[in-house]
Structures are given as structure tokens and as C-alpha cells.
Design a protein around this ligand. Structure first.
Ligand code: ATP
Ligand code: MG
Length: 216
């Protein structure tokens, strides 16, 4: 395939990527929210989009099934970034990775060096690194969603999850007790594609770079 394949996930990443694509002269032929198609053409005959699960984006790009992709830093930290060039922070889909507990849980004491805590999360790698750095022993429980439930039913003392407004935490009687890091979405590029298709890809990267932060 000599054209360019871009991996995107539906929802906020797709919505917030549209203006960036447009800045590069790329307009999708269909809206993936209403279409069931997983391969979507664009106004550029040599550019297509593939619609993937957010956490699968780095994998498609790593193996060259997509040349480019857009993925949250949360997802990239779990993936590890192998085979990926990450040239741009697109500053979209912004949120933060935080620790949350039930209101009234003594996180301060539990998270002292030498302490021990049971944490449920989808973000095993990030959680492991965070508690290791603090010198806290952590028992990690892998979940795939609805993390907020875990402390409420005694599955875990704490969760590590993405927070934007904090509304979901509040609605479930949880409090954000520690901010781990800010998260936004990055452009990822297959390292071989960048070399072999440099003439086609570099102007796209320049257009994306020029459009960052220009909405709002
Ligand atoms: P699914 O919702 O299908 O389980 P997902 O949670 O990985 O998958 P999205 O909810 O679309 O997919 O999130 C995609 C990316 O958007 C995340 O990887 C993260 O970087 C970012 N994100 C997630 N939640 C928020 C949020 N509340 N506010 C802003 N950005 C977010
Ligand atoms: Mg989600």
C-alpha cells in the first residue's frame, strides 16, 4: 500500500482530530459515528482512515498496518511506545491520570513509603511506576472499565483513572487524592513509514503542528 493509512478511534479523539485533518487538507468521506465501516476514505485519494479501539491504535501503527495514528498518552504509556515515533503532542482529549479513593479513606497513611495499597485500574503500567516511585507496595487489580465501582464494593482501596471534570468521581462518592500526570493525545508515526513515505508524511506533520491549539 503506497497511500497513507491513519488510525483513529471514535468519540472524542475523532471529533477533536477533525480540525487537524482539515488543516492538512484531509476531509473524511463519512462519519464513523453513524457509519459502520471501519475503513473510511477521504477527499485525498491516497489517504484513508481506519477506525480502531483507542487502546489498539499504537498496535496498528507499531506493525505498520497504519502509518499514523492518534492516541492518548495514557494508552501510549501502557503500550510502551515500541516502534513508534511520537513527534507531536496534539493537545487534544486533555485530562489527567489520578488516584481516587472513597471519601474518608486515609490515603495519606496508606501511601507513605513502606505502606501497602490495593489499587484497581485499567492503567497497570502507569500505576505500577507511580507507586514504585513512592516506595509503596501495591496490589494491582486489572479492570477494563467502570473503575469507580471498585472502592465502593471493597474490591480495592483506590483506583487510578482518567479524570477531566471530576463529575463521575463525585457522583460515586470518590475523591481525587493524587494527581499523577497530565494526559493529552499524541500523533504516533510508524518509524519505517516515516522514512519510506517521508515526502507525503512530513507536510502532514507540519500542517498538524501548525494547527495545534488553533481551535477555541
Ligand atoms: P472505551 O471508552 O471504548 O472503553 P477508551 O476509554 O479507551 O475506550 P475513549 O473514552 O474514547 O476510549 O478515550 C480515548 C482517549 O481519550 C483516552 O485514551 C484518553 O487519552 C482520552 N480521554 C479519556 N477520558 C477522557 C476525559 N474524560 N476527558 C478527556 N479525555 C479523555
Ligand atoms: Mg472511555
Amino acid at each position: 500500500m503506497s497511500g497513507i493509512t491513519i488510525a483513529l478511534s471514535k468519540g472524542r479523539i475523532f471529533d477533536e482530530t477533525l480540525p487537524l485533518l482539515e488543516a492538512a487538507g484531509i476531509v473524511p468521506a463519512e462519519n464513523p459515528e453513524s457509519s459502520r465501516k471501519l475503513i473510511i476514505g477521504t477527499n485525498q485519494p491516497d489517504v484513508r482512515l481506519v477506525i480502531v479501539r483507542a487502546s489498539d491504535t499504537p498496535t496498528y501503527v507499531q506493525y505498520g498496518a497504519a502509518d499514523l495514528g492518534i492516541a492518548g498518552k495514557d494508552v501510549l504509556l501502557e503500550h510502551g511506545g515500541e516502534g513508534l515515533y511520537q513527534p507531536l503532542d496534539l493537545e487534544i482529549a486533555r485530562c489527567r491520570l489520578s488516584v481516587a479513593t472513597r471519601e474518608g479513606f486515609d490515603y495519606e497513611t496508606a501511601s507513605r513509603p513502606g505502606g501497602r495499597i490495593r489499587v484497581a485500574t485499567k492503567y497497570i503500567e502507569s500505576a505500577k511506576a507511580h507507586f514504585a516511585e513512592k516506595g509503596v507496595h501495591v496490589d494491582l487489580i486489572k479492570l477494563y472499565g467502570s473503575m469507580e465501582l471498585a472502592p465502593l464494593v471493597g474490591l480495592a482501596d483506590a483506583i487510578v483513572d482518567l479524570v477531566s471534570t471530576g463529575g463521575t468521581l463525585r457522583a460515586n462518592g470518590l475523591v481525587e487524592v493524587e494527581h499523577i500526570r497530565d494526559i493529552s493525545s499524541r500523533l504516533v508515526v510508524n518509524q519505517a513509514s516515516l522514512k519510506l513515505k517521508h515526502e507525503r508524511i512530513q507536510p502532514m506533520l507540519d500542517a498538524f503542528a501548525g494547527a495545534i491549539g488553533s481551535k477555541e
